[in-house]
Ligand binder design. Structure first.
Ligand SMILES: Cc1cc2nc3c(=O)[nH]c(=O)nc-3n(C[C@H](O)[C@H](O)[C@H](O)COP(=O)(O)OP(=O)(O)OC[C@H]3O[C@@H](n4cnc5c(N)ncnc54)[C@H](O)[C@@H]3O)c2cc1C
Length: 419
């Protein structure tokens, strides 16, 4: 395995289950890749706030394999998209998600009857079309007929949260696939799963222990520089292996594969990326109305969501404000973004919501957080060459760049090698 993110770890675990001798190379000093823990001021935080969904079935199955109790490390909440003023939707707990949606729509606060009726009609239309549409359509075009309030309060935040791409550029087909799996994937599939523990404890550390206990070799701080074929095998920096799973991000996989598979490398190297910024704020004694609150984002207000780590059952008094599709804010600078988020938090919730004041703990930005999920995007296939297979959230598949996409591709890579 080359890469110890969630894709590489999923591949390593499933490969060990097939009795393969696994050696995993990871360039960083820790496992986890773009979903890893970071220690800041004595706090165990993450490189960015992550949300999982009940529909992440393969990720949850992998956690079970590793002996991780998902009910302990994740807070499970019915899908809710409510603003500080109470407007928005909240699904009732339990039961099929589509029924919950119907009830949530009926009980949506602050929406007119026309807005609810037009959204219900659009949703029925998407369901009748089996949540499929023309691959060239953007989310903005798909939802052009919806009232402005529905687009601004529901579709746009949902789209940027799921695809990390603004609705005007995002692929409608991919968003519909996410909605399909969340709404029709069975009981609990639309639930939000919010990490109570640092991401490292959800998967990377348990996977490292599990792999080490079964004889796999983990090489940290080991950046692979060269992968080349030799007599039906693959040499990784001079060491020969029967097969290689290339589980780094596409910008790192492309140069490693370029000599053996130039066409594949050109496709992998052609992605455009979108940043995500997470601003961690501290306010002792403060509590939001919900663990996750939607926010009105705009030219002066960067964040689309705020997370109350105390309400989730993680660190009380710590709040993560998330700016997805953050290209413009990264260009303005992280200091300016942090200041704008503090002003947004004060304006959105009111100064009384922060009795202990507001302090910025840290601003974290990942400039290449995910690929930009645009209509008709061509993504490279898993198969690179005989015995050389790619895994990662970017590999061709129906999902946007997510933990679930990464885990599924890692598992698929092992199946492909076995076949
Ligand atoms: C801030 C942020 C917020 C996010 N929020 C969410 C969310 O809420 N929900 C969700 O589902 N997803 C979210 N994502 C996306 C999710 O984190 C990724 O889809 C997922 O982590 C990708 O995993 P991966 O294994 O495919 O790639 P990566 O995590 O990029 O792993 C690749 C690994 O390969 C290593 N590597 C690279 N080159 C080499 C080399 N030459 N030799 C050895 N090792 C190498 C890297 O160091 C890295 O560890 C978010 C991402 C970010 C950055």
């Amino acid at each position: 395995m080359v890469g110890g993110g969630w894709a590489g770890l999923a591949a390593a675990v499933r490969a060990v289950e097939t009795d393969a001798d696994v050696v995993l190379y990871e360039a960083a000093a820790q496992l986890g890749g773009r979903a890893r823990g970071v220690r800041i001021d004595g706090l165990e935080l993450d490189n960015g706030q992550h949300i999982l969904l009940g529909a992440y079935t393969r990720t949850l199955a992998l956690m079970r394999t590793l002996g991780v109790a998902s009910d302990t490390v994740l807070a499970r909440l019915p899908l809710t998209l409510r603003y500080p003023d109470g407007r928005g939707l909240g699904l009732p707990p339990g039961g099929p998600a589509w029924l919950g949606c119907a009830r949530a729509l009926a009980g949506a606060r602050g929406w007119t009857l026309t807005e609810r009726a037009r959204l219900a009609a659009a949703a029925l239309g998407w369901a009748r079309a089996r949540f499929r549409c023309d691959a060239r359509l953007t989310v903005q075009a798909l939802c052009a007929g919806l009232p402005a309030a529905v687009r601004e309060l529901l579709i746009e935040p949902l789209c940027v949260a799921a695809l990390n791409t603004p609705a005007r550029q995002a692929s409608a087909a991919v968003l519909l696939r996410v909605l399909h799996d969340a709404l029709l994937g069975g009981a609990g599939s639309s639930d939000l799963l919010l990490p109570r523990r640092p991401l490292a404890e959800l998967l990377p550390l348990p996977a490292a222990r599990w792999l080490a206990a079964r004889g796999a070799t983990l090489r940290l701080s080991a950046r692979v520089r060269r992968i080349e074929p030799q007599a039906g095998r693959w040499r990784v920096d001079g060491e020969a292996y029967d097969a290689v799973v290339l589980a780094c991000a596409p910008s790192q996989a492309a140069p490693l594969a370029a000599a053996s598979a130039p066409d594949w490398a050109a496709t992998a190297g052609a992605f455009a990326y979108e940043p995500i910024v997470t601003v961690y704020l501290r306010s002792p004694g403060a509590r939001l109305a919900e663990p996750m609150v939607a926010l009105h984002a705009g030219p002066l207000a960067p964040a689309q969501f705020a997370f109350d780590h105390g309400a989730i059952g993680a660190s009380p008094g710590i709040f993560a404000f998330v700016v997805s599709g953050a290209r413009g804010w990264v260009e303005r600078g992280l200091g300016a973004t942090a200041a704008a988020v503090c002003a947004q938090a004060l304006a959105a919730f009111g100064p009384a919501a922060w009795p202990g004041g507001l302090e910025c703990v840290r601003v974290l930005a990942d400039k290449r957080a995910t690929f930009r999920c645009t209509p008709g995007l061509v993504r490279p296939a898993a198969g690179i060459a005989a015995g050389l297979v790619a895994a990662g959230d970017y590999v061709a598949g129906p999902y946007p760049a997510t933990l679930e996409g990464a885990v599924r591709s890692g598992e698929a890579a092992v199946r492909l090698l076995a076949a």
